[in-house]
Design a protein around this ligand. Sequence first.
Ligand code: SAH
Length: 272
Amino acid sequence: MPPVFKGLDDSGNSIGTNVTFWKAVAAGEKDGTGKPLWYKKGIDYWDTVPATDDGVLGGYGHVSDADAKENVQFLKESFGEVLDARRDGKKDKLVACDCGAGIGRVTSSFLIHQFDEVDLVEPVRHFIEKAEELLNGKDAPTRVNGHRAKNFFAVPLESFIPEPKRYDSIWFQWCVGHLTDADLIRLFKRCEEGLMDDGLIFVKENNAKDGFVLDTEDSSLTRSHKYFMYLFEDVLGWEVVKHKTQKDFPQELFKVRMYAVRPKRSRLRKSK
Ligand code: SAH
């Protein structure tokens, strides 16, 4: 029997389990294209939010430095060998994908310093346009190391298909709560195809204490650590290489955890 996770809404009321919740989303109202209204509500919310660090971080733009600092540290701890291979000239370039990128905050504060090329995926039009302006516009910083933001994909993650074996790392930060379990699993499987053989997928998300917590305002859900581990290990059969909680964030926020995960390589090799 798979584990069952209990949910609370943002007022602390019980809303059943992950199983009943996602069933209700799938069976509920649809948008014009037949997708659950769940997704449109999320996009409608972000459409009203200013394209600033404070906007994408719900008023906590000031945590961005502490966030980037831990991202670098975590990347070095879990992906050091590949970074070293690039530094030693054993690899021509490293490519990352910033998923649910907003205005490119994670790319500009962190990914673009560590990777030669970064692609961004973000469905909200005014965010991705801002990201492109900040990263590649006339006032964008000059980069002597030749690193660059390359592709800006204006699509939601539930439809994103990564190019096969393009990415050394695929980074998700504060966005997977917008995807249903079924869409998230399908996306991760497509990412498996998009990843280099020695690549890693990174997920940095809020952790609910238990089960999950629904955010009715932006139509997203905060999963607990156990819920994430269940999806990675039990549902996907992936290996969680490392996970670690973020330090130095304001007390009132959810705990934030970074996961470095990868498809089981032995399984991949056998199936070839
Ligand atoms: N990762 C960025 C932005 C976080 S805010 C950062 O850390 O700065 C959450 C982001 O998720 C917003 O940019 C929002 O537009 C995006 N988002 C919402 N629904 C999404 C979906 N279905 N697919 C991809 N991104 C989505």
